[in-house]
Write a protein that binds this ligand. Structure first.
Ligand code: DHB
Ligand code: FE
Length: 292
């Protein structure tokens, strides 16, 4: 049967990915924001990393943020854990996760972009769980608060959740391929919107078990350096090897790898901050802009 040609869009412009921000999402940051501890000796080296990023975003004014993160049990739990899930909801609500941190106001969803990604990525072989209702946890709310500290984030979001929590985890290679497919969908999206990629989690940390408190600065440096233009260095590792090298929760680096795939192409690192420890975690912040 002949295929009916797809309807052509009359719009000439396509969405523009302005860059990517990757940041840790430790819940204690939410408590520090709530208590205004940004200038406290413990917190200052961490929070001092963010003003250059906030100023860049104030200049760039993205319309929508594609947030790549892992849900920590608020929305999915160990009994049902999708490998890849995407929100397609009109808005997203946060809820009490038990960390004692304030919730934030609901964040608007960009349903058009969600469905553009879903319609591109599922036929390309990445079988997302699509969620028309989805709660967002600290891995979304805290990064938004770090990027827009004085106001409700002036953006819509598309939340994308990667299983970094429950065996079996997706491979780094698969995460990079997923990211690239999402990036392709965004680059073909007929819209004049400016899109920011925000990936959250990491870097090395382990919250429980015999290695609780484990941090690996050498591997963190390799991650930060490789993510810029040599992400294949990281996709050589299996997810078990990533757990070994970065800790059971440090494997949240998979979210960064998806984010790097979405940005695609060659990138320029415009900002980095790395500070040990924040809570149990090697905290990190990295900004990449596409090289045109
Ligand atoms: C911590 C880090 C995380 O990534 C997380 O999801 C929860 C807690 C921590 O370092 O305390
Ligand atoms: Fe986490």
């Amino acid at each position: 049967m002949d295929k009916v040609p797809a309807r052509q869009s009359k719009r000439w412009s396509v969405a523009n990915i302005i860059g990517s921000v990757s940041t840790s999402h430790v819940p204690a940051i939410g408590g520090a924001i709530f208590r205004h501890l940004q200038q406290d000796a413990y917190w200052k080296p961490f929070f001092d990393g963010y003003p250059p990023v906030q100023q860049w975003l104030a200049r760039e004014q993205p319309d929508v943020v594609v947030v790549v993160y892992n849900d920590h049990g608020l929305n999915f739990f160990l009994d049902k854990m999708p490998t890849f899930a995407i929100g397609a909801a009109p808005s997203y609500t946060s809820a009490d996760e038990g960390w004692g941190i304030p919730t934030i106001q609901p964040v608007a969803g960009d349903q058009d972009l969600s469905w553009t990604i879903i319609d591109h990525v599922i036929p390309a072989g990445f079988d997302f769980t699509t969620c028309q209702e989805m709660l967002i946890d600290h891995a979304v709310t805290i990064p938004l608060q770090l990027l827009w500290p004085d106001r409700v984030a002036p953006v819509k979001i598309v939340p994308i959740s990667i299983n970094t929590v429950q065996y079996p985890l997706p491979s780094a290679q698969r995460c990079l391929a997923l990211g690239r497919a999402i990036g392709q969908a965004i680059k073909e999206y007929p819209s004049d919107q400016k899109v920011l990629v925000l990936s959250t989690g990491g870097l090395s940390h382990q919250l429980d078990g015999e290695r609780a408190g484990f941090i690996n600065p050498e591997f963190d440096r390799l991650c930060l350096d490789s993510i810029v233009n040599n992400v294949e260095t990281l996709t050589c590792y299996s997810s078990s090897e990533l757990v070994e090298l970065s800790g059971t929760q440090g494997v949240e680096i998979l979210n960064w790898i998806v984010g790097r795939g979405i940005l695609g192409g060659q990138a320029h690192e415009t900002h980095r901050n790395y500070y040990i420890p924040i809570s149990n975690t090697a905290s990190a912040l990295q900004v990449l802009e596409p090289l045109t």
